[in-house]
Design a protein around this ligand. Structure first.
Ligand code: HEC
Length: 187
């Protein structure tokens, strides 16, 4: 993801690294007391910026999702959303999504641009004219949605999205998908 904030944090980290590499290893022998204080402040600010980002985006405790009102699905993962169009699932999905995903993917799934707009996940399928292909397309997106939500998105040690495996059961995740399907954008 390349949102504004991430750009900012990347910069902060780069600056931190730069400080460590240049100032500490190369210039330390020549450094005067004042310079070292300046550099210290600089480094502190960079660190503060990084941790501010973590608070704003990263480690937030997931909110438990109560799925007892939904038909239980067992342990084995379904390969297609069994709750599509089910009003009770949509209801559970609204609150599950709002409490856990909206801070990144947007209130009512309207993304502010930092994270993918999940209303558009099924767009390509909706354009499909052939019914069999359309069904296959929805199924594929279902699987992609489930896999992504369980695994999260972590690249080079940076958590773009936390993994939800062991946090939500499949009932909760399919319920969120059922809700998002009601928020689809027209093709
Ligand atoms: C900390 C922010 C954050 C939270 C919380 C979060 N996501 Fe994400 N999600 C992202 C980002 C950022 C990406 C894109 C990551 C990338 O660049 O690879 C993403 C990608 C996705 C994708 C893939 C979208 C696509 O079009 O490829 C799905 C599906 C998804 N998230 C679902 C969820 C669900 C469901 C939840 C709540 C249970 C959730 N996310 C919570 C930040 C978040």
């Amino acid at each position: 993801m390349h949102g504004d904030k991430d750009w900012f944090v990347q910069l902060a980290r780069q600056l931190q690294r730069l400080y460590i590499n240049l100032f500490v290893s190369t210039w330390r022998p020549f450094m005067k007391f004042k310079t070292s204080i300046l550099c210290g402040c600089f480094m502190f600010c960079a660190a503060a910026l990084s941790s501010m980002h973590a608070e704003a985006h990263g480690d937030v405790t997931p909110q438990a999702v109560d799925t007892h009102s939904l038909p239980p699905l067992g342990e084995e993962l379904r390969t297609e959303n069994p709750y599509r169009g089910l009003p009770e699932a949509i209801k559970v999905g609204v609150s599950a999504y709002t409490q856990n995903c909206a801070r990144c993917h947007g209130i009512e799934a309207v993304s502010g641009g930092m994270s993918p707009d999940l209303r558009e996940m099924d767009s390509e399928c909706l354009e499909q004219k052939d019914e069999a292909k359309k069904a296959a397309c929805f199924k594929e997106v279902d699987n992609y949605f489930m896999a992504t939500t369980l695994k999260g998105r972590v690249r080079n040690g940076a958590v773009y999205m936390p993994p939800y495996k062991g946090v939500f059961n499949q009932e909760a995740i399919w319920a969120m998908k059922a809700y998002l399907e009601t928020r689809r954008t027209a093709p």
